[in-house]
Design a protein around this ligand. Structure first.
Ligand SMILES: [Fe+2]
Ligand SMILES: [Fe+2]
Length: 302
C-alpha cells in the first residue's frame, strides 16, 4: 500500500471514529437508571417469540403446556443474553489490547474506550435481566469457556472483529424482532431496544475494521482469518442455547438438544439470525475454503 493510501485510510478511520464518538455522547442509556427493574412482569406474556424457541414445531413442543413453553422461552433468552455477556467480555479484552498498542490521543482510541464503556453497561444489563427473571446466566458450556481463553491471544485483525460481528449481528437480528413484538414482556423489549440502539455504532466500527484489514491481507493471512472466523462463529451459534435450559422446564437435556439440533424450524431461525452478517462476511471474502462445513453445522450456511 502506498504512503498516500495509508494516510487516507488513517484519515477515514479518524473520521468514522469521530462521528461514532459523537453518537456515543448523544445516544446512550444507563441500565441502572433507565430501566425500572422492579416493574412487575405481566402474566401470559412471552420472553422470546414462540417461533424462535429451539423446540418450536417439533413433536416434543406439541406435548408441552403453554406455561412450559413460556418458561422455556425465558430460559433460552437468559442463555442467549448470558452468551452475549461472554462475547462482550472477549470483545472488551481485545479492544483493551488495541488501546494499549495505539495512540491514546486519537479519536480511534477514544472510540474504542467508548465502546468498552457501552459493553460494560450492556453486560450489567443482561446480567440484571437474568436475575430479574430468576433464570441462571447459563453462558457457554464450561469447555467452550476454557477453549475461548486462547482467543484474545490468537485473534487479531479482521477475524477478531469478524467473529465479534457474528455475535453482535446475530443478537441484533433477534433483538430487532423482539423490540417490535407486543406479545413480549415490556422489560425484554426495553433491554433489546437499548442494545439495538447502541450496537449500531459497534457494527459500523467493526465492519470498517474488517474491510480495511482484509484489503491489506495477503494470501496466507486471508486463509487464516477465514478459518478463525468460521471456528469462532461455530462456537457463537453452538453456545446460544445451553442444553441446561431444557432441564429447567423438566425435559431431558440430551434428548431435547438432539431434537433442537434436527429441528428444521430452529435451523431456519439460526439462518435468519445470521443472514445479514453472512452477506457482509461473504462480500469481505471471509467465507470459503476448508472450513465451509463448520458454517453449515452452525446453521449459518444452507
Ligand atoms: Fe453489547
Ligand atoms: Fe457491541
Amino acid at each position: 500500500m502506498s504512503r498516500a493510501t495509508q494516510v487516507a485510510k488513517v484519515a477515514d478511520r479518524e473520521k468514522t471514529a469521530g462521528r461514532l464518538l459523537k453518537s456515543s455522547a448523544d445516544k446512550f442509556y444507563d441500565p441502572l437508571i433507565d430501566i425500572d427493574w422492579d416493574a412487575p412482569t405481566t402474566d401470559g406474556l412471552h420472553y422470546h417469540p414462540e417461533h424462535r424457541i429451539s423446540l418450536y414445531g417439533t413433536e416434543l413442543w406439541d406435548r408441552m403446556t403453554p406455561e412450559q413453553r413460556i418458561e422455556l422461552g425465558k430460559h433460552e433468552i437468559a442463555s442467549i443474553a448470558s452468551t452475549g455477556i461472554f462475547f462482550e467480555v472477549l470483545l472488551m479484552q481485545m479492544l483493551l489490547k488495541q488501546v494499549y498498542r495505539h495512540d491514546p490521543t486519537t479519536d480511534h482510541v477514544h472510540y474504542m474506550l467508548a465502546e468498552i464503556a457501552d459493553e460494560c453497561r450492556h453486560s450489567t444489563m443482561f446480567g440484571k435481566a437474568c436475575k430479574r427473571f430468576g433464570a441462571p446466566a447459563y453462558g457457554p458450556r464450561p469447555w467452550v469457556k476454557q477453549l475461548a481463553k486462547v482467543l484474545p491471544a490468537l485473534s487479531r485483525g479482521p477475524s477478531a472483529y469478524a467473529a465479534i460481528l457474528v455475535a453482535e449481528e446475530v443478537l441484533d437480528r433477534m433483538q430487532r424482532e423482539h423490540m417490535a413484538d407486543e406479545t413480549l414482556q415490556p422489560l425484554i423489549r426495553m433491554v433489546n431496544r437499548i442494545h439495538v440502539l447502541e450496537e449500531a455504532r459497534h457494527v459500523t466500527f467493526a465492519r470498517q475494521e474488517v474491510v480495511q484489514a482484509m484489503s491489506q491481507a495477503g494470501f496466507l493471512a486471508k486463509h487464516y482469518h477465514r478459518a478463525l472466523t468460521a471456528i469462532v462463529s461455530y462456537f457463537v451459534m453452538l453456545s446460544l442455547v445451553n442444553p441446561r435450559v431444557y432441564a429447567a422446564v423438566g425435559l431431558d437435556p440430551r434428548k431435547a438438544r438432539k431434537v433442537a439440533r434436527n429441528n428444521p424450524h430452529f435451523r431456519a431461525t439460526l439462518h435468519y439470525w445470521g443472514e445479514r452478517i453472512m452477506k457482509f462476511l461473504g462480500e469481505a471474502d471471509l467465507v470459503g475454503g476448508p472450513t465451509m462445513p463448520l458454517w453449515r453445522i452452525a446453521g449459518l450456511v444452507k
